[in-house]
Write a protein that binds this ligand. Sequence first.
Ligand SMILES: CC(C)(COP(=O)(O)OP(=O)(O)OC[C@H]1O[C@@H](n2cnc3c(N)ncnc32)[C@H](O)[C@@H]1OP(=O)(O)O)[C@@H](O)C(=O)NCCC(=O)NCCS
Length: 187
Amino acid sequence: MSDTTTIRAVDAAEAARRLPELAAILMDAVTHGASVNFMAGFTAAEGAAFWRAQLPGFAAGERRLLVAEAGGRIHGTVVLSLAHQPNAPHRAEIGKMLVHSLARRRGIGRRLLAAAEAAAQAAGRTLLLLDTESGSAGELLYRSCGWIEVGRVPDHAFTPAGRLAETTLFCKSLGPHRSPGDAATEH
Ligand SMILES: CC(C)(COP(=O)(O)OP(=O)(O)OC[C@H]1O[C@@H](n2cnc3c(N)ncnc32)[C@H](O)[C@@H]1OP(=O)(O)O)[C@@H](O)C(=O)NCCC(=O)NCCS
């Protein structure tokens, strides 16, 4: 499937039209035990509400949504969130790195992550941060893509099944970093 999968940015209007598909990807991840902020029993309505709440950020360009698409269907997502603090014009976070359980281990996650890193660099964001449950597929993905472990937080979050689990924090530098005075060049 990965050879027919395209990775592309989706704007707020398209995301709004495709809320059910985006919700389905998030629900699938939670159902399969991924620690992505939600608990077991997560519903399609809650998934749609999560993505709906992201729309203003997408519209403002503070967040960028990239999807993996094949056959007109979304199979994966990643969100790049640009730091808004005046002292961090070079920083961004990666989140909602999700590949549908039926499409995993075909390189789609790696391609989504690479596209998010490229989008960050294009936006002048050269220090990237993320966190993931220790021992998860995400941790293995990030290590395999050159991300550096910053540290581990015991008992950071509950898994969907209700077990407290450790989180690993990662960073990746795409430097050199711009300074606050250069922030006007952002696009
Ligand atoms: C993490 C996730 C996005 C990976 O997506 P994917 O498309 O399956 O990843 P890829 O096929 O691109 O894998 C790239 C590399 O990551 C590592 N990797 C990914 N999943 C792995 C797994 N289950 N077991 C071992 N290694 C894994 C491997 O090194 C792999 O390279 P290889 O296949 O050549 O060995 C996917 O498993 C997922 O959506 N999980 C649920 C949500 C989640 O936990 N997201 C991350 C935290 S926010």
